[in-house]
Write a protein that binds this ligand. Structure first.
Ligand SMILES: Cc1ncc(COP(=O)(O)O)c(C=O)c1O
Length: 404
């Protein structure tokens, strides 16, 4: 865009659009120049069920034709909302009712609906540091003060949340939302322990705030025990849960949702046009997932576990003798690496470009600075062979990027 183009409209932007204006919003697409795409959390294109989706589209059109091609229910196609409840029951033993679900354009939009409903400029949001960079862009757009809390092996550090909430209370202020990624946290990898989940809910009650629970990867558990969602543990209506089909069906279907207390749904619905989000695709996805979900997810788990192991092998072989700390997530898409002490990130960035390895530098995941000594690698997109080769190249680049 030329500056004269932006001159013509910048002074007319709404105050909401001005918040965060100029902060880059990355387009989530794999890089064309990278030979090893470890940057974004892109699902594996080879895992997409092409044939199954063709069949599901034909079956759906035969069964529902005209209904699929007109405006739908404002909360989203009921069949999909039922399927989401079935999925919750199947994978997490969580009970929800279709009336608790509102369908959105991916969980990215679902999260934006939650921030839109509760966050005004100047309000306070508590967020994990590090956290998903895409959510940070969305949060910033709503203009709150973002207070960081750290993440450790058990997920969000609830003692730090308490300190933040207590500090706010002393100032006569209140946190609007605590945003947390509960399973295979993006980027750091841990899943929140049960005691932390319980502590977080107790804090939300004590300090009269809400929790926005983001779970984009929960079904992709390679090992370890599935823990109950915050939404299921809470009995007081303080949790909003975001989910998505992006990682288990395809990011291009753009179907995500919020699961929330029924009385809260209109607060989100008001931001959507009346015809519901994508009734056509909702039906296709429902027809496919209805018959094939458990088998398809089981296939995905095998695929992504193999990639994680291949990437870890490549990193262990090249970084095993350094003081790098490499996460070993039990699921999801990402590895989080604390670089060896003394690594020069600028040099690393150049060396990775030379080797055509794409990765995400740590600072992208911090609202208020930090992360200079970390990087995130996604193992989701490339084949296991390329995960291994690319990880070796990245490991070599990290070793070579030591400041002398
Ligand atoms: C933690 C987390 N939340 C939400 C999303 C958004 O996904 P989508 O909008 O494709 O559903 C992602 C995508 O990478 C994610 O990692």
């Amino acid at each position: 865009m030329t500056s004269s183009t932006s001159d013509a409209f910048e002074s007319l932007l709404s105050s909401r659009a001005r918040v965060g204006w100029g902060v880059s919003v990355a387009t989530p697409r794999p890089s064309m120049s990278a030979l090893y795409e470890f940057g974004g959390g892109y699902p594996d294109p080879a895992s997409f069920p092409y044939e199954g989706m063709i069949e599901a589209t034909a079956d759906m059109m035969k069964a529902e034709g005209a209904a699929a091609m007109t405006y739908g229910e404002p909360q989203g196609y009921r069949g999909l909302r039922e399927l989401i409840c079935h999925k919750y029951d199947l994978f997490e033993k969580m009970k929800a009712d279709p009336e608790n679900i509102i369908v959105a354009n991916g969980s990215g939009q679902a999260l934006a609906l939650a921030f839109g409903a509760f966050v005004d400029p100047g309000d306070v949001v508590i967020s994990e540091a590090p956290t998903f960079s895409g959510s940070l862009n969305t949060i910033r757009r709503h203009g709150p003060q973002i207070l960081d809390v750290p993440v450790d092996d058990e997920g969000i550090v609830t003692d730090a949340v308490r300190e933040r909430l207590e500090g706010l209370r002393r100032q006569g202020r209140r946190c609007k939302l605590i945003y947390t990624i509960v399973n295979f946290q993006n980027p750091a990898g841990p899943s929140q322990s049960l005691r932390r989940r319980q502590a977080l809910i107790a804090l939300a009650h004590e300090y009269e705030t809400l929790i926005l629970e983001d779970d984009a990867y929960g079904e992709l558990r390679f090992e370890g025990e599935t823990l109950p969602p915050l939404y299921a543990l809470d009995t007081g209506g303080r949790v909003i849960r975001a989910g998505t089909l992006s990682k288990i069906l395809g990011a291009g279907v753009r179907l995500g949702w919020l699961c929330a207390p029924r009385e809260m749904i209109p607060a989100f619905q008001g931001f959507l046009f009346g015809g519901g989000v994508n009734p056509f695709m909702s039906r296709v996805a429902t027809y496919y997932m209805r018959s094939d979900m458990p088998a398809h997810v089981a296939r995905l788990i095998d695929i992504y576990r193999g990639k994680r192991d291949a990437m870890l092998r490549g990193l262990d072989e090249t970084l095993g003798t350094t003081d790098a700390v490499i996460s070993r997530p039990q699921g999801g898409f990402f590895l989080w690496i604390r670089l060896p002490r003394g690594t020069d990130q600028k040099k690393l960035s150049q060396l990775a470009v030379d080797k055509r390895v794409q990765y995400t530098p740590g600072p992208a995941f911090y609202a208020n600075g930090g992360g200079e000594d970390h990087i995130r690698l996604a193992f989701s997109y490339e084949s296991p062979e390329k995960c291994y080769e690319g990880a070796r190249l990245m490991g070599q680049a990290i070793v070579a990027a030591r400041a002398r």
